[in-house]
Design a protein around this ligand. Structure first.
Ligand SMILES: [Zn+2]
Length: 112
């Protein structure tokens, strides 16, 4: 029987970059929240405020997607892991694949 070695933590944890993924989740959740409530209040809001809020939601959504792509990277070879995962693999599989990596997929550095 093959035993999995649980002392090898995924690179996102061993390099303490997991919080950057939370920026993505929290940021896009907030963007969606602003978008929905702005749309909800559309009739009672002044038109320029409505436009500003919609723009904020839009920028927040873009920012929270770009942030992990740029910020989650290998401390050694600077490979952008998140971007690497979503561009090389399919989107849903890419994230799962990234979570299963215990070494840098490019330079093979072990951060445990
Ligand atoms: Zn690396």
């Amino acid at each position: 029987m093959l035993m999995k070695n649980y002392t090898n933590k995924p690179i996102l944890y061993s390099t303490r970059q997991i919080w950057k993924l939370w920026v993505l989740y929290f940021g896009s959740f907030m963007a969606l929240l602003i978008l929905i409530s702005t749309k909800w209040l559309e009739d009672s809001l002044p038109e320029n405020l409505y436009m500003i809020l919609m723009l904020c939601a839009f920028l927040l959504a873009i920012g929270s997607i770009i942030f992990p792509c740029v910020a989650i990277k290998c401390p050694k070879c600077q490979t952008r892991w998140f971007w690497y995962a979503v561009s090389k693999k399919s989107e849903s599989e890419g994230i799962r694949w990234l979570f299963s990596q215990t070494k840098c997929p490019v330079c093979k550095s072990d951060f445990n």
